[in-house]
Design a protein around this ligand. Structure first.
Ligand code: DP6
Length: 421
C-alpha cells in the first residue's frame, strides 16, 4: 500500500441532485432493504439550485469512518449508513494512482477507513429531500473512490438502502424506481425514463412554506400507513400501476395536461393515505391548501392545466409550470398572495434562477405591490394576502444526474489531513 508511506490521502468529490416524485413512493414491503410497495416516478431538480456536494477520502492514517454534514460531525453508526458502507466496501476494487504513487489492493479496503464530508446548497431544515441527494452522493462518490465496476442501476440499489427516494437521484431528467420482485432487492432499482433535455420547457417553483410544526418523518409515517391504511393497499395494487403507465406516456409525448392531472392526483392521494393512517398524519398546512386552491382555480379558468402541484412529507409546494411564460404568470400570482415581508429584498425572497423575476416584470418591491389580483379570482371578494406564510421561493428546472468534480479546490476535505476545510 502506497510504498510504505502512511500519510497519503486519496479523495473524490461529487455533486448529486435532489428529486421530486410525481408518482409517490409511500410504503415499504421490506423495512431493512427498503423495498417499496409500488413503483414511483420523479423529476430530478437542477443541481445548480439544489444539490449535495460530498467529498470522500481514504488514508491509512484514518482511525475510524467519520462523517461531517454541513460542517458538523454526525454519527455513522445508524443501520442505513452501515448498510451502504458495507455494500460498497464488498464491491471495492484495487486502485492505482500513479501520479500520487498510491496503490490500494482490493483486500486493503477492509482495513482502510473513510472520511466523508457533505454539504447541501439549500437549507437542510427546509424539508427538501436532503436525504435523497445525500445518500445518492455518498454512494456515488464512495463508488468512484473504491473503483466499483457496477453500473448506475446497481449503485441505485445501494443508495436505496440509505433512503428509498435516494435511488432516483442517481439519474438526471425523469426517473422511475422499479419496485422489483426479488426478496433480496437486486431488481428494485432506478431507471432513467428520459434525460433532462427531453422536456426542458418545464419550470419548477418551490414554495418553502413557513412551519413550526414538527413533522412525522417519512420513515415513521409510511410504516404507520402500511400498518393502518386500507387506502394505501388499494393505491399500491390498483391505482399506481395504471398511473405509472399513463405518466410514462405523458412524459414520452410531452403531454402536459396529462402530466399535470396525474401529478396533482397522485400528490392528493398520497396525502389522503396520510389522513387514512391511524393516527392521521398532516403534512400539508393552510398555506399548502391555499396554494392548491389557487392553482386549481387558475387551471380551471384556463381550460387546460397550466401548472402541476405536488407535496412531499411536509408543507412545501413544488409547482411545475408548462413553460417559462406560464412560470412568470405563476410567480406573479404567488407574489401577489405571498408578498415578501417588509424588510426583505426580492432577490433574497426568490432564490435559484432569479432571472424569472425579470421575465415576470418584478424587479423591485414596488412591482410586487402594484400586482393586481389574478383574473380568475372573483371581483366581488377582496383577495386576502398572506405575507410571512412563505419563507422563500426557489426557481429551478429539470436537471442532470450526479457528476464528479475534478477541481480539488471544490473538495470539502483538506487534501493533506483529510479533515473538513
Ligand atoms: C413523500 O425516501 O424519505 O418524499 O425510504 O424511509 O428514507 P425512506 O423515506 P424517503 O420517503 C420519501 C417519501 C416521499 C415520496 C417520494 O419521494 O416518492
Amino acid at each position: 500500500m502506497a510504498n510504505g508511506l502512511q500519510n497519503w490521502v486519496l479523495m473524490v468529490t461529487a455533486q448529486t441532485p435532489t428529486n421530486i416524485a410525481v408518482i409517490k413512493y409511500w410504503g415499504k414491503r421490506d423495512e431493512t432493504l427498503i423495498l417499496p410497495v409500488n413503483d414511483s416516478i420523479s423529476v430530478t431538480l437542477d443541481p445548480e439550485h439544489l444539490c449535495t456536494t460530498t467529498t470522500v477520502a481514504v488514508s491509512p492514517s484514518f482511525e475510524n469512518d467519520r462523517m461531517w454534514l454541513n460542517g458538523k460531525e454526525i454519527s455513522l453508526s445508524g443501520g442505513r449508513f452501515q448498510n451502504c458502507l458495507r455494500e460498497i466496501r464488498c464491491r471495492a476494487n484495487s486502485v492505482d494512482d500513479e501520479d500520487k504513487g498510491i496503490h490500494i489492493k482490493k483486500e486493503d479496503w477492509d482495513r482502510l477507513h473513510v472520511h466523508i464530508a457533505s454539504y447541501n446548497n439549500f437549507p437542510t431544515a427546509a424539508g427538501l429531500a436532503s436525504s435523497a441527494a445525500g445518500f445518492a452522493c455518498l454512494v456515488f462518490s464512495l463508488a468512484k473512490l473504491m473503483n466499483l465496476k457496477e453500473d448506475q442501476g446497481a449503485l441505485s440499489a445501494i443508495a436505496r438502502q440509505g433512503s428509498g427516494s435516494a435511488c432516483r437521484s442517481l439519474y438526471g431528467g425523469f426517473v422511475k424506481w422499479v419496485m422489483g420482485n426479488d426478496d433480496n432487492g437486486s431488481d428494485s432499482i432506478a431507471v432513467q425514463l428520459a434525460n433532462e433535455a427531453h422536456w426542458d420547457d418545464l419550470v419548477i417553483i418551490i414554495a418553502v412554506v413557513s412551519s413550526q410544526q414538527k413533522e412525522t418523518s417519512s420513515t415513521t409515517g409510511m410504516r404507520e400507513s402500511v400498518e393502518t391504511s386500507a387506502l394505501l393497499h388499494h393505491r399500491a395494487q390498483e391505482v399506481v400501476p395504471k398511473r405509472i403507465l399513463q405518466m410514462e406516456e405523458a412524459i414520452r409525448t410531452h403531454d402536459f395536461p396529462s402530466f399535470a392531472r396525474l401529478t396533482c392526483a397522485d400528490s392528493n392521494q398520497f396525502h389522503a393515505v396520510c389522513l387514512d393512517t391511524c393516527p392521521p398524519i398532516f403534512y400539508m398546512n393552510d398555506t399548502s391548501h391555499r396554494i392548491i386552491s389557487y392553482v386549481e382555480k387558475w387551471n380551471r379558468s384556463a381550460g387546460t392545466p397550466q401548472v402541476a402541484y405536488t407535496f412531499d412529507a411536509g408543507p412545501n409546494a413544488v409547482l411545475i409550470a408548462r413553460n417559462r411564460e406560464v412560470a412568470s404568470l405563476m410567480l406573479q400570482r404567488l407574489l401577489f398572495y405571498f408578498p415578501p415581508p417588509p424588510a426583505t429584498e426580492l432577490t433574497s425572497y426568490v432564490l435559484g434562477d432569479k432571472s424569472i423575476l425579470k421575465d415576470a416584470g418584478l424587479e423591485m418591491r414596488k412591482d410586487v405591490e402594484a400586482l393586481s389580483p389574478p383574473p380568475e379570482t372573483k371581483d366581488n371578494i377582496p383577495s386576502q394576502k398572506y405575507a410571512g406564510d412563505v419563507s422563500y421561493f426557489i426557481c429551478t428546472r429539470p436537471g442532470r444526474g450526479p457528476v464528479l468534480l475534478a477541481d480539488e479546490s471544490q473538495a470539502l476535505l483538506h487534501p493533506e489531513t483529510g479533515l473538513p476545510k
